[in-house]
Design a protein around this ligand. Structure first.
Ligand SMILES: *[C@@H]1O[C@H](CO)[C@@H](O)[C@H](O)[C@H]1NC(C)=O
Ligand SMILES: *[C@@H]1O[C@H](CO)[C@@H](O)[C@H](O)[C@H]1NC(C)=O
Ligand SMILES: *[C@@H]1O[C@H](CO)[C@@H](O)[C@H](O)[C@H]1NC(C)=O
Ligand SMILES: *[C@@H]1O[C@H](CO)[C@@H](O)[C@H](O)[C@H]1NC(C)=O
Ligand SMILES: *[C@@H]1O[C@H](CO)[C@@H](O)[C@H](O)[C@H]1NC(C)=O
Ligand SMILES: *[C@@H]1O[C@H](CO)[C@@H](O)[C@H](O)[C@H]1NC(C)=O
Ligand SMILES: *[C@@H]1O[C@H](CO)[C@@H](O)[C@H](O)[C@H]1NC(C)=O
Ligand SMILES: *[C@@H]1O[C@H](CO)[C@@H](O)[C@H](O)[C@H]1NC(C)=O
Ligand SMILES: *[C@@H]1O[C@H](CO)[C@@H](O)[C@H](O)[C@H]1NC(C)=O
Ligand SMILES: *[C@@H]1O[C@H](CO)[C@@H](O)[C@H](O)[C@H]1NC(C)=O
Ligand SMILES: *[C@@H]1O[C@H](CO)[C@@H](O)[C@H](O)[C@H]1NC(C)=O
Ligand SMILES: CC(=O)N[C@H]1CO[C@H](CO)[C@@H](O)[C@@H]1O
Length: 820
C-alpha cells in the first residue's frame, strides 16, 4: 500500500482511494500461496467466503507479532487460531513461507524458524499449496483438491483455545493424535496458559478440563444425546452437535444451523469453557452457554460416594447408605474426603443389591469398562460377579442399550433438575429395601415432605428453629426435607449481644431497610456484621426466611457472605462477614471520600457489580432478581471490591417465568424502573434499570433521587442522556476524579448505563450483554431517551417509608397502597 502511495505523490484523494480499493480487491482475492511464495507482516490471505483471514496480529496491550487466523467478515477480528503461540516475533518483519517440501515456515525475516508445520522435511512435493478454507482451516495440500488424502497438514489438527464448526474435538485412535483446547495465558498473551480441555480416552471417553495436571471439570460420558454432565446441551437454534466414537476415532463436533450466524467454543484464560454466538454487528458476540455454571461443576467437590446438588445447603451429601469419612471436616464444608458405606458389602457371597439413583451426572468414567452390545440385565450380572464393581448404567439413554460399569470409588456425581440420568449403585442387601429403597420412591416421599415443610415454614419458622436448636446447632426448617435444610450456624442471642457490646451505639454501623446493622467481634476474633431486624420492620418472617434461604445458597466473590442467623422469640438477626470499607454510597456521595475511589477503582466496582448481578440472574441456577439494588447495598471489601448485599426482596424466577407482577411495590425510589414503580411489574430488566442508575451515580458522584438539574429540571438519567447526545458525556464525570479517567472506559460505562435505563424493558440489555459490553467486546446500539427522563420525583420516602406513597412522574400522579 505504501508503495502505491509513493508512486502517486500528486494524486488527488479520490484517485488514491480508487487505487487503494483496487489494490485491496486484488489482494483480498487471494486465499492461498504456493511453494516458495510467502506472506509478510503487512499481508494477509482471506478465505473465499471472506469469513476468515490469516495474517499477523498483535494482541491488545502488546507489540508482539503472532501469525493467526481471525474472523474477517464479522466479530471485529476475534482470533481463533495462533501458530507461533510460544515464540512471538518482536518486529513487523515476520514472514510465513511455504517450502517446496510442503512445510510452512515462520521466521522474523532474518533469523531461524520460530514455528513450522513440520520438523521432518520429506522429499519435494509436486505442487504444494497452503490454503485458507472457508471453514477457517489452514491446510497444506499437494494436489488440486482438498480431499483428505491430499492434505499434508492442517491447522484443525492443532487447536488453540477455540473450537470451530468442522473441527474434531477429540482423538484419532489410530494415530494417537489428540486435538484439544488450551487456554491463552491472558487476553493479551496467546501463549499456552495452564488450562487444557481434552478428551480422555481411558475407560469410557469424556472431556476433562485441567489446570496443569489438576482436574477442574469433567463433561461426563456421552449418553447418546449429550454429555452426562452438561444438561444444557440440548437442541437449539444455533448449532447441531454430535459425538463420533468408533474404532478409528472419538470426537465431539458441532455444525452451525446458519452459516451467517457463527458460534464458537472457547476455553478462556480463567479455565472456563464458554460458547459464544454471533448476533449482529450491533450486539456482537454473546455468551451462549458455559460448561461450568456453579460450584457443583467443580471436580469431585463432594469426594468419593458424595453427590452435589446446588439447590441444597450444604451442597454436598453422601449417597444414601453412605456416611462422611470425616464428620468434622464435612461439617465445616470440606467434603473432599468423601463418604464410605454404612454397611460393608458381602461381596463374595453374591448377595449384594443395587440402589437406583435418578437425575444425576454419571461419575468419573476413567475407571470404567463398557460394552455396547450388552443389555442392562447382563450388565448387572457382570457387575455382581466382580467384587470391585461398584455400579452400572446404560450407555445410551435413547434406547437404554449398552453397559457401563464402574470399578472402585464413584467420584464427581451431581444431581440435576432436568436431563440427568440413572445409575445403579452396589449396596449391601440390608441397605436396599426392595419396596422402599428405590430412590425414585424416596424422591416422591421427599417432595411430599418438602411441600409439607414449606407450609410449615409459612406457618411459623420461629417455632421450628427454636425446636431444632435444642437438638442441633443449625438454623433451618424441617429436617425431613434436605432441600430446605440450611445447616447455617445458629448463633445464640447472648453470643451476639456480647459480640456487639450489647448492641451499643458505638457498634452501630447504620440503619438498613429493615433494622439496624451492628459491628461485632466474636470470641475467636472474627469480625461480623449483624443485621438486627426491628420489631416493627416490614421484613416479616417471610422476607426474613427468603433472605436466609437465598443468601445461604449463594456463594460468589461479588456477593456478601452470610455466616449464620439467630432466631429467638422476638429477635431475628442475620450474621454476615464484616466488610471494613462500608458501602459504596459512603464513598461516591461524600466529597471527602470520593477522591479515594479513582476511576480505575470505580470501573472495577462497576464491573464487579455487573458480574455479581449476572451470577444472580443467570449463573446461580436459582435465578434471582435482587429488586433493591442501590449504592447502599454495595459493600466494599479490603481491596475495595464490591459485594452485593441485602437479598431480602429477592425473588427467584423459574426458567420461563421471567416477569412477575406484585402488588407490593418495594424497593427504593430513584432506582426503580418505570414499569415496576407504576405497575408493580418486575423482571430481571428491573434490576438492569437499577444497575444503570447505579453506574450513572458512580460516574457522576451524585444520587439520582432528588437530582434535578437547575437549568431544565432533568433527572440524572435525563441529564446524562442529554450530555451524551450532545457528545459531551465527559461533563458527567465527578470533578474529584476527573484527573484519573480513562476516556474510553468512561464513555462505555455511560453508554451501557443509558442502555440499561431505557424506558421499555425490552430495549434494555440483559446482564450477560452488559458484562460483554463493559468488556469492550462489541459495538453498542444508540440509546433512546431513558425512563424517568424529566420527572421530578417528589417523594422522599423509601422502602421503609409510609404505607401510602405518591410519586409524580411525567406529569402523572400514581399512588399505590400496600395490601394488608
Ligand atoms: C527488532 O526488535 C529488537 C528487539 O525489540 C530491536 O532491538 C531491533 O532494533 C528491531 N529491529 C528492527 C529492524 O526493527
Ligand atoms: C531475528 O531473530 C534473530 C535471532 O533470534 C535476531 O538476531 C534478529 O535481530 C531478528 N531480526 C529482526 C529483524 O528482528
Ligand atoms: C519439532 O521439534 C521440536 C523439538 O525437537 C518439538 O518440540 C516440536 O514439537 C516438533 N514439531 C513438530 C511439528 O513435530
Ligand atoms: C491453577 O493453578 C495455579 C498454579 O497451580 C493456581 O495458582 C491457580 O489458582 C489455579 N487456577 C484455578 C482456576 O484453579
Ligand atoms: C468412524 O466414524 C466416522 C464419522 O462417522 C467415519 O467417517 C469413519 O469411517 C468411521 N470409522 C470406522 C472404522 O467405522
Ligand atoms: C441466517 O442468518 C442471517 C443473519 O443473521 C439471516 O439474515 C438469515 O435470515 C438466516 N437464515 C436462516 C435460514 O435462518
Ligand atoms: C461385548 O459383548 C459381546 C457379547 O457379550 C461380545 O461378543 C463382545 O466381544 C464384547 N466386546 C468387547 C469389546 O468386549
Ligand atoms: C474385576 O475387575 C477388575 C477391574 O477390571 C479386574 O482387574 C479384576 O481382575 C476383576 N476380577 C475378577 C474376579 O474378574
Ligand atoms: C416455557 O415456554 C415455552 C414457550 O413459550 C413453552 O413451550 C413451555 O411449555 C414452557 N415451559 C414451562 C415449564 O412452562
Ligand atoms: C423546575 O421546577 C420548578 C419547581 O417545580 C419550576 O418552578 C421551574 O419553572 C422548573 N424549571 C424548568 C426549566 O422547567
Ligand atoms: C483504557 O481502557 C481501555 C479498555 O479497558 C484499555 O484498552 C486502555 O489501555 C486504557 N487506556 C489507558 C491509558 O489506560
Ligand atoms: C479507602 C479505604 O477506606 N480503605 C480502607 C479499606 O479497609 C482497609 C482495612 O481496614 C484499610 O486499610 C483501608 O484504608
Amino acid at each position: 500500500m505504501f508503495f502505491i502511495l509513493s508512486l502517486v505523490p500528486g494524486a488527488s484523494m479520490g484517485w488514491l482511494l480508487i487505487l487503494l480499493t483496487l489494490f485491496r480487491v486484488t489482494s483480498c482475492a487471494v486465499n492461498s500461496i504456493s511453494a516458495d511464495q510467502s506472506i509478510r507482516d503487512d499481508e494477509t490471505i482471506v478465505s473465499a467466503n471472506e469469513m476468515f483471514e490469516l495474517g499477523f496480529f498483535s494482541p491488545r496491550n502488546s507489540w508482539d507479532r503472532f501469525l493467526g487466523i481471525w474472523y474477517k467478515k464479522i466479530g471485529s477480528g476475534t482470533v481463533v487460531w495462533v501458530a507461533n503461540r510460544q515464540a512471538p516475533i518482536a518486529n513487523s518483519t515476520g514472514v510465513l513461507k511455504l517450502t517446496t517440501e510442503g512445510i510452512l515456515i515462520l521466521s522474523n525475516g532474518t533469523g531461524p524458524a520460530v514455528w513450522s508445520s513440520s520438523n521432518s522435511s520429506g522429499p519435494p512435493k509436486s505442487s504444494p499449496v497452503a490454503q485458507l478454507l472457508d471453514s477457517g482451516n489452514l491446510i497444506v495440500r499437494d494436489g488440486s483438491s482438498d480431499s483428505p488424502e491430499n492434505i499434508l497438514w492442517q491447522s484443525f489438527d492443532h487447536l488453540s483455545n477455540t473450537l470451530l464448526e468442522g473441527m474434531k474435538f477429540g482423538m484419532n485412535l489410530q494415530t494417537g493424535l489428540n486435538r484439544y483446547l488450551s487456554s491463552w495465558k491472558s487476553p493479551d498473551d496467546p501463549s499456552p496458559g495452564t488450562f487444557t480441555y481434552k478428551l480422555d480416552p481411558s475407560g469410557f471417553p469424556q472431556l476433562i478440563l485441567r489446570n496443569g495436571s489438576v482436574v477442574l471439570y469433567r463433561s461426563g460420558p456421552w449418553n447418546g444425546l449429550r454429555f452426562s454432565g452438561f444438561p444444557q446441551l440440548t437442541p437449539n437454534p444455533v448449532y447441531k452437535f454430535g459425538f463420533v466414537f468408533n474404532q478409528s476415532e472419538v470426537y465431539y463436533y458441532f455444525e452451525l444451523l446458519n452459516s451467517s450466524s457463527p458460534s464458537r467454543l472457547v476455553l478462556n484464560e480463567k479455565g472456563i469453557a464458554e460458547r459464544f454466538a454471533w448476533t449482529d454487528q450491533s450486539r456482537g458476540w454473546i455468551l451462549y452457554s458455559s460448561a461450568q455454571t456453579d460450584d457443583c461443576d467443580t471436580y469431585a467437590l463432594c469426594g468419593a460416594f458424595g453427590t452435589c446438588n446446588i439447590a441444597n445447603s450444604p451442597k454436598c451429601q453422601c449417597l444414601k447408605g453412605f456416611v462422611p469419612k470425616s464428620l468434622n471436616s464435612w461439617q465445616v464444608g470440606d467434603w473432599s474426603r468423601g463418604c464410605f458405606r454404612s454397611t460393608e458389602l458381602a461381596c463374595p457371597e453374591g448377595k449384594d443389591k443395587f440402589m437406583k439413583h435418578s437425575g444425576i451426572k454419571l461419575p468419573d468414567t476413567r475407571s470404567s469398562w463398557f460394552n455396547r452390545s450388552i443389555s442392562l440385565a447382563e450388565c448387572k450380572k457382570i457387575c455382581l460377579k466382580n467384587c470391585s464393581c461398584t455400579g452400572y448404567a446404560t450407555l445410551d439413554i435413547r434406547d437404554g442399550s449398552g453397559c457401563l460399569i464402574w470399578y472402585g470409588e464413584l467420584i464427581d456425581i451431581r444431581e440435576f433438575n432436568a436431563n440427568g440420568q440413572e445409575i445403579y449403585v452396589r449396596m449391601a442387601a440390608s441397605e436396599v429395601d426392595d419396596n422402599l429403597g428405590n430412590s425414585g420412591l424416596r424422591r416422591r416421599v421427599e417432595i411430599i415432605v418438602g411441600a409439607a415443610a414449606s407450609i410449615l415454614l409459612l406457618l411459623g419458622v420461629t417455632y421450628v428453629c427454636i425446636k431444632r436448636k435444642r437438638g442441633e446447632n443449625f438454623c433451618g426448617y424441617g429436617r425431613e426435607s434436605p432441600n430446605e435444610d440450611l445447616e447455617l450456624p445458629l448463633f445464640d442471642f447472648s453470643t451476639i449481644a456480647s459480640a456487639t457490646n450489647q448492641f451499643s451505639i458505638q457498634n452501630k454501623l447504620g440503619e438498613g431497610g429493615f433494622g439496624a446493622v451492628y459491628k461485632g467481634i466474636l470470641k475467636n476474633g472474627q469480625e461480623i456484621a449483624v443485621k438486627r431486624l426491628s420489631e416493627t420492620s416490614r421484613q416479616g418472617l417471610i422476607e426474613f426466611t427468603n433472605e436466609v434461604t437465598y443468601i445461604a445458597k449463594l456463594q460468589h466473590r461479588n456477593l456478601v457472605k452470610l455466616l449464620g442467623c439467630c432466631i429467638e422469640v422476638d429477635e431475628k438477626m442475620l450474621v454476615y462477614e464484616f466488610l471494613p470499607n462500608k458501602s459504596l454510597d459512603c464513598f461516591i456521595f461524600d466529597q471527602r471520600q470520593a477522591v479515594l475511589l479513582d476511576w480505575n477503582k470505580r470501573f472495577v466496582i462497576i464491573h464487579g457489580i455487573a458480574i455479581g448481578l449476572l451470577y444472580l440472574h443467570r449463573d446461580s441456577r436459582l435465578r434471582i432478581i435482587h429488586r433493591d439494588l442501590k449504592a447502599e447495598n454495595i459493600l466494599l471489601d479490603n481491596e475495595l471490591n464490591p459485594k452485593i448485599s441485602d437479598f431480602g426482596l429477592a425473588r427467584t424466577f423459574g426458567g420461563n417465568e421471567t416477569e412477575a407482577n406484585t402488588r407490593r411495590v418495594m424497593g427504593t425510589y430513584g432506582y426503580m424502573s418505570p414499569e415496576y414503580a407504576i405497575h408493580g411489574l418486575y423482571s430481571v430488566k428491573s434490576d438492569i434499570f437499577s444497575f444503570g442508575v447505579l453506574v450513572l451515580e458512580i460516574v457522576h458522584g451524585r444520587r439520582n433521587r432528588g437530582f434535578s438539574h437547575p437549568d431544565n429540571n432533568l433527572t440524572l438519567l435525563g441529564h446524562a442522556w442529554t450530555l451524551f447526545k450532545k457528545g459531551r458525556p465527559i461533563e458527567l464525570i465527578d470533578e474529584s476524579i476527573k484527573q484519573t479517567i480513562n476516556f474510553s472506559e468512561v464513555l462505555r460505562s455511560i453508554h451501557v448505563a443509558l442502555l440499561c435505563v431505557q424506558h421499555n424493558p425490552r430495549d434494555r440489555p440483559d446482564m450477560s450483554s452488559v458484562v460483554m459490553m463493559l468488556g469492550g467486546e462489541s459495538s453498542l446500539p444508540e440509546p433512546k431517551p431513558p425512563g424517568f427522563f424529566s420527572d421530578v420525583i417528589s417523594l422522599e420516602g423509601n422502602s421503609s417509608g409510609s404505607k401510602h406513597a405518591e410519586i409524580s412522574a411525567n406529569e402523572l400522579t400514581i399512588s399505590f397502597v400496600e395490601p394488608r
